[in-house]
Design a protein around this ligand. Sequence first.
Ligand code: SF4
Ligand code: SF4
Ligand code: FES
Length: 237
Amino acid sequence: MNALKVSVWRGGADGVFEEFEVPRHPSQTVLDLVTHIQRVLDPTLAYRYACRVGMCGSCAMTVNGVPRWTCRTHVDKVIRDDRVEISPLKNLPVIRDLVTDMREFFDKWARAKGHFRGGRTKNEDLAPVPPDSEDRKRVDAGIECIGCGVCYAACDVVSWNPDYLGPAALNRAWTLVKDERDKNFLERLRAVAGDAGCHSCHTHMSCTERCPKHISPTAGIAGLKRAVARAALQGEL
Ligand code: SF4
Ligand code: SF4
Ligand code: FES
């Protein structure tokens, strides 16, 4: 039988890798490996997934050192010497095995004022946003984020400074800063202007290289830096 050696993180932050042998199949994904281990070899293995088709983002893990959606990662693409190493996403507390605690990640969306605040009541018409407006195109480029945490796990600045809001929360803030219907503009710029905000980004691009949705948080963060500088020069912050 053609088998793969799969090392899987077990335990919490102070856990260790445990090795399993998993039968090899054509078109096998990394999530298939984890599922085989949990269903056949060790039912106590904790991991998370939902859609299996690249829509929910909940299957994100570190595969041979790189954060990825495991359901969309074929074993052929990542295998090294018939081995695969799978561990939880970096930069997040480990609950157990391959499951991380995402609370901090989403708390940062809240800190970055990542919620829409419109100015119209339900009795008024919807605000029209022309599809070809420049701001609408900028929003479109970042709006498909599904909050998977891959970019956050790839960001070295989050590792150095756990207070840093990180690429996903800042990308979200950028899409709202560019949304002409949103009325929270200055409050949001203040939220992202501090030490933990956009100016801490070192433009390493790891987030942009890793995002499975081909979003560029780096570009959004650069836009936030410009918007903050402009507002500061105009004495608005
Ligand atoms: S920006 Fe991309 S990598 Fe980051 S959370 Fe959103 S979808 Fe995931
Ligand atoms: S570009 Fe900025 S947010 Fe993205 S990984 Fe680099 S430092 Fe982190
Ligand atoms: S299980 Fe939903 S994206 Fe992988």
